[in-house]
Every structure is written in structure tokens, then in C-alpha cells.
Write a protein that binds this ligand. Sequence first.
Ligand code: ZN
Length: 702
Amino acid sequence: MFKNTIIRLFTNKIIRICQRDVWGSSMLGASTLMLAVLLSATVACAQTAAEDGVDVNIKPGDDFFAYANGGWLKNTQIPAGKQRWTVGNEITERTRAQVNKLLEDAAAEPKDSTARKVADFREAYANEAAIEAKGIAPIKPLLDRIDRVRDKAALTRLLGSSMRADVDPTNVGVYNSSQLLGLAVQASIHGEKTYVAFLLQGGLGLPDREHYLSAEPRMQALRTQYQQYIGRMLTLAGVDRAASVSKRAEAVMALETAIAQSHATREVSAEDHNADNLWTRADFARQAPGMDWSAFFAAAQLGKSQTFVAWQPGAVKGAAALVSSQPLQAWKDYLRFHVVHARADVLPKNFAEQALAMRAAAGGQSQPAPRAQRALDATQSFMSEALGRMYVERHFPAEHKARVQAITASIIAAFGQRLETVTWMSPNSRMVAQAKLKALYFGIGYPNKWQDYSDLVVDPADAAGNLERVTNRNYRRALAHLGQPIDQTEWALAPQQPGAILMFNQNAYNFAAALLQVPRFDPGASDAVNYGAIGAIVGHELSHTVDTLGAEYEANGNMRRWWTAEDVSQYQAAIEALVNQYSGYQPFADLAVNGKVTLSENLADLGGLAVAFDVYRSTLGSRINDKDYVRQQDRQFFISFARSWRSKMSDEGLRKYIATDNHAPESYRIATVRNIDAWYDAFDVLPGHRLYLEPKARVRIW
Ligand SMILES: [Zn+2]
């Protein structure tokens, strides 16, 4: 029911950004011991606040991550039931509290203001008494409409008019609609100038096809449970006589299983080349017989559209064939069931509890989230940009945006200069890379223009109605985009989502405001601290635009591999030392980091840190000649870098992370400092220290 808002690296669509937190004044850093070290140090400058909390018992040259994050590691507990805790988790929690407070305050805003609509949306969703009082009245018109369906022509029209814009194949990677077919209106992958209509598979009540087809005992048990659940929901929806209900539930399950059989797997769905399945209206009639596609598209308000991307062609064919082959009764029960299943959380308790238990079982959770949490999640999901605007107004003022923009612009310029000196990439490829950097839209905090919500009616006592109105509005917005020129500055992420997204087909980055919090970005801190943190992160992301990930897309968003065979072979030679460096990290006797799998991320870390260091140094101006000052600032820069990735993992968590993630564990990511000469000077790192590398063994790729 809810669009996935988790920011994770899926294929190469979402780039997960890690984070660090600010040091509390209660940290143990400024101990007597540290004062003693300070006094005996050869540097004249005092250790600054940015160095509070280092572990003076650890030599920076032996374990820089543990040195820089000493106080935090001592004082941080991994919460019960988790294997890992990062600043990302802390920032997510902090953002949740910020959003909750915003919504509380917005309840006092004038009626009809957008802020009030957002608050009212949550209020309605949380108001169980009002939901209970309405009973099934909100879905009655939909159920009546299904009752009136007498033939396949009417069924086709109903299926068309039920279509939703609830999928996102090219940006976030949502490949399954809540409806039989879902619509996305997006930039495609061949540098098209206008938005294209994508049709995606859908219509399953369980998470994906595997749930219907897998022979695993857990899945089989889940299917039995699901079929019973279908029966109970049909009964609640008013389908008569329990005796016939179990048969009818069986028929719905059979129909869903047939739909699932036509679905593409998640891996196949994640393939961007699916955008090449461009179908004309004639193709639908020819390749997907069984349904009157003209009637379907007309009902979906797509009557004028002549071409569509059939992202999963098998599912389009399957849907049409099943409309023809399956009994009308099964389709009508299927639709009745889905009307209640999709809206169960805003229907009376007996619906909601059934659906919650089913979803929890399918998702492998022991406990469904409480109502307040669900209300907040629904508000985040359905009112995301309106809420984002409120978030930005309070937590990300224009001067913060301006400072991050300035940092970003200087990093982009410096990265471009470094790119010119890269010897392993051919001159032609370097030109493509430079063109990409030049044309890149790097969105900071929030979009340039906001949606207008004045047309949206939100009733604080009508959760189901609000959901319907927002969903319909989203669909109208998608339709309005069709054929319009592509706006490179359009965002795919809400400002209050603490993440970032790289859209290759749009040559654009979005860095959400919630990502840019203290201490990842600290408006009160020095350039050294900010370039060490957000500066290095920006540099990391730039690396992805031209590395093995970005090599698939040109500056205009056209999908074409622009690295030549020679680039690839020279790159392989250039990165060998970095692969070996990371493969040498072995936290357990039987387990090492995989230098090959983590390469793209390690390369981005290294390039990002190196370019951020160059730019930070240039901010020192005439003080560059003050050796003590420079040393103190350099230390701040590197410590800030280490803190921007701090995390704590259990041994079990570390094993799992190494086995499943394409990033190296944070402690090893931070060790990339050993490739930067200035780090050795700043922390007196000498031969014999564990991280020490001979100058010729230090890697430079960008
Ligand atoms: Zn990355």
C-alpha cells in the first residue's frame, strides 16, 4: 500500500549515504590524560573542540577509525535486537522527532493552509474512533461499482479506471503496483526530451511472485494463511454465506497465482533495458490479446497516448489473457478483496487488524507498527512534498543551502580538474565525463519549486477519503506530466527523507535536507570540518557519475556505455592496488573484505576524500603558511571524515555486512586516509604503524 521510502542501494539507483553525529559535551574526550598528551605534544596549537572525544590510547596510525571515534564507540550501545548502529540511524530517529513536532505545531495553523492539511491528514489517519464510526461507507461506492459489472467489457473499464501512479521503475525502483497494472510517467533511458508512460505489473496482495510460486515451507504456510485471510476479508466486505466464501477465496487465490506466474522477478524488473520494450497501441492488441486495450486506456484517461513502455511485457500479456480466460465472478471477488485489502488500515478495526496481521506475517515481522507510527508513515508517504516544505522552512534555511551549494560547486570544479590528469581514461572518455559533470544537476536540500496543494481537500475526520483524494491527485499529476519536457531539477526524494539519490537518466543528484544535518553538515563548523564530512561525501558521489556505474549513461541521460575497452583494461590495472588493499582487511580469521565487490565504493571514498582535501586546503587562504594552524585544521578535516562514517557493529553484524553489502565496513572505509600524504604529517604516522603505506604504495585513481 505504501511506496517504499527506505533509502537503500538498489541496483545503481539509490546511493546510500552514511553519517556521523555531533559530539555531546559530556563525551569523555577532554580527560586529564588527554590534557597531558596535549601538553607534551610538539604542536603549539591547542587541541580544538573537533578533537574532543578521540581515543588518545590508540595511535591514529594504527586504527584511525577507533582513534577518531573513541568516545562515541565507548558511549554507544547497539540497541537490543539490532546488529548495527550508525549515525544514519541516529539521524533518522532525530528526523522522525523533528517531523512529529512539525505536525503537532501544524495542527494550530489556519484551516486550508498546506501545513494544516498535512496535520489533518495525520490526524484523520490516527483517529480510530472516526474511522470506526464511518464503517464501510467509504468503500461502499467502490463495492457497488463492482456489483454492477456484468461483462468483460465493464470489467476492462473498471480495471482501467483503477490504475494508479504508484510505481517508479527508473528512480526509486518500485516495480509492483497495488493495481493490476500501474503507471509511471518518467524520463526514459535514451535521452528523450519528454516524459514517457511506463506500464508496470501489479495486482498481488502478497509482496511478490515468489510468495505464490516458491515451494519453501514458509511460503506454502503463508499462502494457506493468505487464502483464509481473503475469505475473511470478503465476508467483512459483505460477500454472503461462509460456505461459498471459502470457494470464492480459493478462486481469488488461483487468479492471483496466475497473475504472479506472468510477473517478472525482482532481478529482471530491476533491469533498466526494460525501457526498450516500447509498445504502440497496435502492439498491445497484437501481443497482449484478450482485453480491449482501447477501452482500458480510455478508462485510465490515457486514450490519447500512442506509445507505452511495457516494463514487464509478460505481465501485460498475462493480465490481458487472464481477463479473457478467468470467470467474471473470480475477477469481481478479486476486485472486492483488493478494495478492502488496500484500504484496510483506514477501515474499521476488524478490517485493519486482519490486514495488519497478514502484512506482518508476509513481511516476517512479529509485531505490526502502532497506529501513531502508521499514521506518521502514511503522512510521510502520501503528503511527502508538503511535509518536506514544512521541514525545510524550519530546519534547512536558505543560508544552509547556500553554504552546501558553495561546497558542492567547488568540489565539482576540483573533481573536474583532477579528472583531466587521469591517465588511464582515454581523452574521448574524459570529454564525456567532463560533459556529465558540467551538465549535472546537484540538488541540495529541496526542489527549486514546490507543488501547489490548494486543490487538495483534506478532512480531519475522513482518513479513507483523504487517501482516495491524494491518490487520485497523484494520478492526475502523472497524467499532466505526459509528453511534457523533462525537468532535470525535478526531485525523486522528499526533503525530510535522510538520503540521497542519483538519477543517471536525468543526470541529477538529490541530497535531501534531512541528510544535511549536524554533524554531516554543520553550519556552525569550520570549512575543515565540513569539507571532511559533506565535502568528501559530495566527492564520493561525483565519482559514481563517471565510474563503472556512471559509465552506462551519458550527460543527456542516454544509456550508452561510453567507457572504451581500453579504458576498462587500463582501469583494471589502475585499481589493482586498491582491490588488494581492501582484500587485505581481515576482521576474522575466516573472513576478509571483498576488494572487488566493494571497489566502486572504495574508489569513490578515496576520490571523494582526496578532492575534498584539495578544496578545503584552498579555503585556508594566506594562513596556508602558518604550519601549526594548517596542522590543526588538517587534523580536524580527517577526524571529521572519520566521524562522518562512524558506526558500531556486533561480530555477527559485521559478518553479515561483509557478506551482503557492496560497501566495506565503515572502519575500513575510513582507513582510506592512508592513501593521502597529508594524513601522515597531520598525525605523525610512521613506518611500523599498522596503516602506514610506503609513498609508492599509496593509491591515487582520480
Ligand atoms: Zn557510493
